[in-house]
Design a protein around this ligand. Structure first.
Ligand code: NAP
Length: 305
């Protein structure tokens, strides 16, 4: 598995993260096998959130991996907090309380990375700063990041928070690529020019914040997988053609498309299927040509100005 530095930190991480949102779709035995398989592939970075199946994904993970001090040293654990039923909550009290619960469910003393899950407009960044300082001083969290945040929100946080924001987890796939499209269509009078994210792609590149694309195979908001889906005939034809050339499967090309971007992204892979995970890891050995990358982008229905 290829590795990279996470943001400006010295933490060396695999270029693919194993998303654990769907872990409880497996029973304990299958979860154990899946996690062991990931580790054998060198995929030892696991992405969690306190809300995944109401904490049960974190609990199952700890059981399935047989968490102890030796095991803990071999894995890199990221989790998220800040989403509550019907609201978002970046208060100091909620962040501290959430981390204690996450650590207890994961049966560990520390998180390698904590992300704030979704922007809270009632955020008081001074409070976040206090929470992060306490978490860092106590050794409960080593690195900090965000998810689904635009550049101004990150800058507001960073005005008060002294720890660098090392990652921003954002929805990004071949079929959900507005953050790329708006950069092609600056100032054009078309829908692709609509800048919904404040140029987050360029901002993250400028500040060495690692983008972690979530739902790399989904279209819409969890509407389904675009791979092999008859709703996307042209795209699948193009992906299959390139997959044939490299003698890999279509999912490998979908991951290679994200990895080809020079922003050094770390896609969060959500499959619970060992074969598919193997195929995703194969993408780390493929460097799509510029022509291939653009032809996939266009086949998804995107038009270059
Ligand atoms: N920060 C955020 O707001 C946020 C939001 C959502 C998710 N996430 C993170 O991102 C991770 C990935 O999200 P995700 O699971 O939605 O993304 P995903 O990897 O795009 O989707 C995984 C799902 O698609 C299925 N799948 C993949 N390839 C397939 C294929 N070729 N044919 C049929 N089914 C296929 C998988 O089924 P199999 O298991 O059978 O392969 C699984 O159910 C999550 O685990 C979580 O860690 C973060």
């Amino acid at each position: 598995m290829r590795t990279m530095k996470l943001g400006t930190s010295s933490l060396e991480v695999p270029v693919l993260s194993v998303g654990c949102m769907r872990l409880t779709s497996l029973n304990e035995r299958d979860a154990e096998q899946y996690i062991q398989h990931a580790l054998e592939l060198g995929a030892n970075f696991f992405d969690h959130a306190d809300i995944y199946d109401s904490g049960k994904c974190e609990e199952l993970f700890a059981k399935a991996i047989h968490m102890n001090d030796d095991v803990r040293e071999k894995v890199i654990l990221q989790s998220k907090c800040g989403i509550r039923k019907g609201m978002f909550d970046f208060s100091k009290e909620h962040i501290l309380h959430s981390v204690d619960n996450i650590l207890s469910r994961l049966q560990t003393d520390y998180l390698d990375v904590l992300l704030l899950h979704r922007p809270d407009t009632l955020v008081e960044p001074e409070e976040v700063a206090e929470a992060f300082d306490l978490l860092e001083k106590s050794g409960k969290v080593r690195h900090f990041g965000v998810s689904n945040q635009n550049p101004m929100q990150i800058q507001l946080l960073q005005k008060y928070v002294k720890q660098p924001i090392v990652a921003n987890q954002l929805q990004l796939s071949i079929t959900n690529s507005n953050m790329i499209s708006n950069g092609f269509n600056v100032n054009m009078e078309n829908d692709a020019a609509v800048n919904r994210d404040g140029s987050v792609l360029d901002f993250c590149r400028l500040h060495d914040i690692t983008i972690q694309p979530w739902s790399p195979f989904q279209y819409g908001f969890f509407e389904g997988v675009f791979l092999g889906n008859e709703k996307f005939p042209e795209l699948n034809q193009k992906i299959d053609e390139i997959a044939n050339k490299y003698e890999v499967s279509n999912i490998t090309i979908a991951v290679a498309w994200l990895l080809r971007h020079p922003a050094n992204m770390q896609p969060v892979i959500g499959t619970m299927n060992r074969e598919r995970l193997n195929d995703c890891v194969k993408a780390t050995g493929i460097n799509l040509t510029r022509e291939e990358w653009y032809s996939i982008y266009r086949a998804a229905g995107n038009v270059l100005p």
